[in-house]
Design a protein. Structure first.
Length: 409
């Protein structure tokens, strides 16, 4: 195993022993072979040349290439090439196992093949301190000492096969092949941390390629300034698809951060039902119960039985994790009672819900956040209905909403 930091500036010779120059770059052509080094770029007399890498020998004293079949030519830009030093070293990537963004400190390469037909293949990227130590010691100790000198630090590498070297922006960044699928398997809060750490170009590329539901979960976890940045990087139709997957109150908060013209365009591209819910919520001041509530709640008539509640639960399209209570409404949509989900699940199918309901504790839509938090604390609630002046139910505030406000402060 060799490392890129060991090979840069290594003397390059042909099989006759004539020195060609010093190694400056190792080049891959991913469309031809994902990890095979096909070209070496070297410096000679202040100029850079490239030659196919037909490897005849490699050690810490130098690299030997068979140059009989192809003469060196001046370096030419080729969009199908990926240069290890320029395109990989120091780039940010997503380490989904570590749930964070990391920096490439070195590239591990393995020499293989038979005598006379040697080849050099990238095997992985070093993201730990061992690679950083080798780079720090480069030029300070003999090349042969670099690997042993960094050996006291544990290697931390990601296999090359998990990468896809793709051009996501003019800076030619790179990402993991499994980025999008793996982000979807992480907790949204962990995925949001990763997205926030990315450089802007990578952030837009990753977020724009996520499934709408996954993107919505992540968008709900990042800070308002970041929400605006992510949405502004999308066209209105794509942004609408993502906001439709969010809780209406969260979507309203995101749109409130955008310029009015962009917000209106996104609303026009949303489905009618979601658009109506979000538009209604945007009319309330942000720091009031009406501005913080969601319209995704489960309500039944006050004569409903347990079997009807279970059927409604199965068809509920909102966030299941926020569903702790079924609300009972009279024909005027006034709140008649609140039934904890646990009681419904323990009841017989024909049991009426009204006798097992608790007396509702409510707040009006204009009450401030502080008052809402005090009600949650006083009554130890999981969900708090929001009503209008006629006691008609408008929405619900969940305990995780309150925790979110308090953490922001």
């Amino acid at each position: 195993m060799f490392y890129l930091t060991e090979l840069i500036n290594l003397p390059l010779r042909n099989t006759e022993g004539r020195r060609l120059g010093r190694v400056r770059e190792l080049v891959l052509e991913p469309e031809q072979d994902a990890n095979l080094v096909r070209m070496v770029i070297y410096r000679h007399d202040s100029n850079q040349w490239q030659i196919p890498l037909r490897l005849a020998g490699l050690d810490h004293e130098g690299m030997t290439v068979d140059a009989r079949q192809a003469a060196p030519v001046p370096v030419a830009t080729n969009s199908g090439q990926r240069w290890l030093r320029r395109d990989v070293l120091d780039q940010q990537i997503i380490d989904v196992n570590g749930r964070k963004v990391v920096r490439v400190n070195d590239v591990g390469l393995e020499m293989g093949g038979q005598e006379g037909a040697r080849e050099l293949r990238a095997q992985g990227v070093e993201i730990g301190m061992a690679g950083a130590a080798r780079r720090l010691l480069q030029g300070m100790v003999p090349r042969a000492w670099l690997a042993p000198a960094s050996g006291w630090v544990k290697e931390r590498a990601i296999p090359w096969r998990t990468f896809d070297l793709v051009e996501t922006d003019p800076a030619r960044r790179m990402r993991l092949q499994i980025t999008y699928q793996a982000l979807g398997r992480l907790h949204p809060a962990d995925a949001a941390d990763i997205v926030e750490e990315l450089a802007p170009a990578e952030r837009d590329a990753v977020f724009g390629s996520l499934d709408s539901e996954v993107a919505a979960d992540i968008l709900g976890e990042v800070k308002p300034k970041m929400q605006r940045s992510l949405i502004e990087g999308l066209d209105a139709e794509r942004a609408a698809d993502i906001l439709e997957e969010m809780e209406p109150d969260e979507a309203a908060d995101v749109l409130a951060e955008l310029p009015a013209e962009q917000s209106e365009q996104i609303l026009r591209d949303m489905e009618a039902e979601e658009r109506e819910d979000v538009t209604d919520l945007m009319e309330y001041p942000e720091n009031t119960a009406g501005g913080r509530m969601t319209t995704d709640f489960l309500a039944l008539g006050e004569t409903a039985v347990a079997a009807q509640a279970v059927a409604a639960l199965r068809n509920f399209e909102g966030k299941v994790e926020n569903l702790t209570t079924v609300f009972l409404l009279n024909p005027e949509r006034q709140l008649a009672g609140m039934v904890p989900l646990a009681r419904i699940l323990l009841a017989r199918p024909g049991d009426a819900l009204r006798p097992m309901a608790e007396e509702p504790i409510t707040v009006e839509r204009g009450q401030e956040e502080r008052e809402v938090a005090e009600v949650f604390n006083k009554y130890n609630l999981l969900a708090l209905p929001v009503v209008d002046e006629q006691k008609r139910m408008l929405g619900v505030i969940t305990v995780d909403d309150v925790i979110s406000w308090l953490s922001e402060r």
